[in-house]
Ligand binder design. Structure first.
Ligand SMILES: Cc1cc2nc3c(=O)[nH]c(=O)nc-3n(C[C@H](O)[C@H](O)[C@H](O)COP(=O)(O)OP(=O)(O)OC[C@H]3O[C@@H](n4cnc5c(N)ncnc54)[C@H](O)[C@@H]3O)c2cc1C
Ligand code: SF4
Length: 530
């Protein structure tokens, strides 16, 4: 059996970043990824291929609690979901690490504070080349360094929106973006500022995703091995159940086994829970590391709404995801509970509406879908959903994932929607037209839209109520760690990827100590393989 110092399972925001962090130690690292490299092809930037035909969505079938099947919006590639993500790379707010009172209950405290994570947020922003501007967002947590790159500029219609929001007394800010754009030197910029970013793969590898910024640079180290098309099926332990002894893989359809001193699971929140549950044994009859019955529970994915307003003037914006508003993030005079975050999403394109029912566009038939797309200003509203033990991932007897989920915080979600709608007249938009945009992330199909999935193996100090300890090590299995978004005890209302990346680096430092490794090779400049 092949033997390694560390095996990492899953190459997305958590797993990819961890491998990049550990690569310079010289330790023998195996990265197992069930997907393949995402092909670079013209369809990367085709709205109908990506949004209507779901070219890069996994063929997996999951099930609702009543047994009804659905196609989850998950992406199995080197780089994981970050290959398709919008690269809005936010820090959680400092308050998100403490207990917060919400309309539907308590968002629980984390076992570590914001100050523990801050240095790693700074490192993650540097690794993922985040562009932003400190000091504009009043909810922004303190930081030990400026953003490594200047904010991505607003195009004229979005600058106007920013000015109008400011005139209305709000505090719009430049959204933190992981796109490798050099506006001062466009001939040498990796990013060409196109209209096919959020939800698309980047054809020119200019998006700061986990493949480009972490996995490819890590593979420059001879001690790092990547196996694609390698789906981990099961983790075996010693008889006492205290250590993982074997990682059982289907590699291109053939069985293989590997072993390592340390095993790190980073399959995404639903699949990590599935793997642990599927690894039940005599020593762990309810699933690996599941003596507390917490594995799979507390599934969260944000109570989000993609909506579009119709600008009175056409909106010719190309790259729209440059603005955010956090004035409603916390309880305020307007509402005694948090409502959430408002940000932009990628600009609507007419082909994306092919899956929509024309009646839902309200203006039909006087407006064609092309008119709607030409005038659309697209927003993404995120309200925090709360961890609920009954919102959970389980594994059916046929091996498929089943998800039980009931939304929380519906009232603040509707409040946030009405808040934005009430302002449209001041923002140069048609009154009363704030349309649901179903094509993006299938966000109105509550469980299928699982882009921001989190929480199924939460970390904590009490082994009765959590799966992982504060180092993200399983309470019950000495050499087992989980570093994807599963570890989140609460999800906040900003996008989760930067927190997964920062936490992977934090856990990486712990693993480096544990391996007695230190950093033995200098970090090369990231390869940015194009
Ligand atoms: C369309 C879209 C837009 C998004 N936009 C943003 C955004 O703007 N900002 C933001 O912060 N977040 C965004 N997200 C969410 C973000 O991408 C995720 O939060 C993040 O990637 C989660 O990281 P992860 O490590 O938990 O999982 P992933 O990145 O999904 O990585 C999991 C990896 O594990 C692999 N895997 C699964 N099971 C197995 C197995 N059994 N064996 C081997 N490998 C396995 C998968 O193939 C995958 O590569 C977006 C997501 C989507 C889909
Ligand atoms: S070129 Fe820039 S804007 Fe276009 S997909 Fe790539 S990173 Fe996004």
């Amino acid at each position: 059996m092949n033997s390694y110092d560390v095996i990492v399972i899953g190459s997305g925001a958590g797993g990819g970043t961890l491998v990049r962090h550990l690569a310079p130690t010289g330790k023998r690292i195996l990265l197992l990824e069930r997907g393949d490299w995402l092909a670079r092809e013209p369809q990367n930037w085709s709205a109908s291929d990506v949004f209507v035909d779901g070219r890069y969505t996994s063929p997996d079938i999951w099930h609702y609690a009543d047994g009804e099947p659905f196609a989850p919006q998950v992406h199995y590639y080197v780089g994981g979901a970050t290959k398709l993500y919008g690269a809005a790379l936010y820090r959680l707010r400092a308050e998100d690490f403490g207990e917060l009172r919400h309309h539907d209950g308590i968002s629980p405290a984390w076992p570590i504070g914001y100050d523990d994570m801050e240095p790693y947020y700074t490192q993650a922003e540097q690794l993922y080349e985040v562009h932003g501007a400190r000091g504009e967002d009043p909810t922004e947590p303190h930081s030990s360094a400026p953003y490594p790159f200047p904010a991505v500029s607003h195009e004229p219609r979005i600058q106007q929106l920013s000015d109008d929001l400011a005139a209305a007394g709000l505090h719009p800010f430049h959204a933190p973006c992981g796109v490798r754009l050099d506006e001062a030197n466009m001939p040498f910029s990796h990013c060409v500022r196109c209209d096919s970013c959020d939800g698309f793969p980047c054809l020119v590898h200019a998006k700061s995703d986990a493949e480009v910024m972490s996995v490819r640079p890590a593979l420059e180290y001879p001690n790092v091995t990547l196996l694609t098309k390698a789906e981990v099926l099961r983790l075996e332990t010693n008889a006492a159940g205290t250590a993982v002894t074997e990682v059982v893989v289907s590699h291109d359809g053939l069985p293989e086994s590997f072993r390592a001193d340390l095993v790190v699971v980073a399959c995404g929140a639903a699949n990590s829970a599935k793997l642990l549950l599927a690894s039940a044994s005599d020593a762990h009859p309810n699933g690996l590391a599941n003596g507390s019955d917490q594995v799979g529970r507390n599934y969260m994915f944000h109570n989000s709404q993609a909506v579009l307003a119709l600008s009175r003037d056409p909106n010719p914006t190309v790259f729209q995801k440059t603005l955010g508003v956090n004035d409603f993030y916390f309880a305020s005079d307007a509402f005694e509970f948090p409502m959430g975050n408002i940000q932009m999403v990628g600009k609507s394109q007419a082909p994306m509406f092919r899956g929509e029912k024309p009646g839902e566009t309200k203006l039909a038939p006087s407006w064609t879908l092309r008119d709607v797309a030409r005038h659309a200003v697209d927003f993404w509203l995120s309200t925090e959903d709360l961890p609920r033990p009954e919102n959970r991932v389980t594994v059916r007897s046929d091996g498929h994932i089943e998800i039980s989920y009931s939304a929380t915080n519906e009232v603040p979600k509707q409040r946030l929607y009405r808040q934005l709608k009430s302002m449209l007249g001041h923002l140069g938009m048609h009154h009363d037209h704030l349309l649901r945009h179903h094509a993006y992330l299938k966000n109105e199909i509550p469980v299928a839209g699982c882009a921001h999935q989190a929480g199924t193996c939460r970390f904590g100090t009490d082994s009765a109520t959590s799966v992982l300890d504060p180092d993200c090590r399983a309470h019950e299995v000495d050499n087992l760690y989980v570093v994807d978004t599963s570890f989140f005890p609460s999800i906040g209302a900003v996008n989760p990827a930067l927190t997964a990346m920062a936490n992977a680096m934090r856990v990486g430092d712990h693993l480096i100590d544990r391996l007695g490794a230190g950093v033995v090779q200098p970090l090369p400049e990231p390869a940015h393989v194009g």
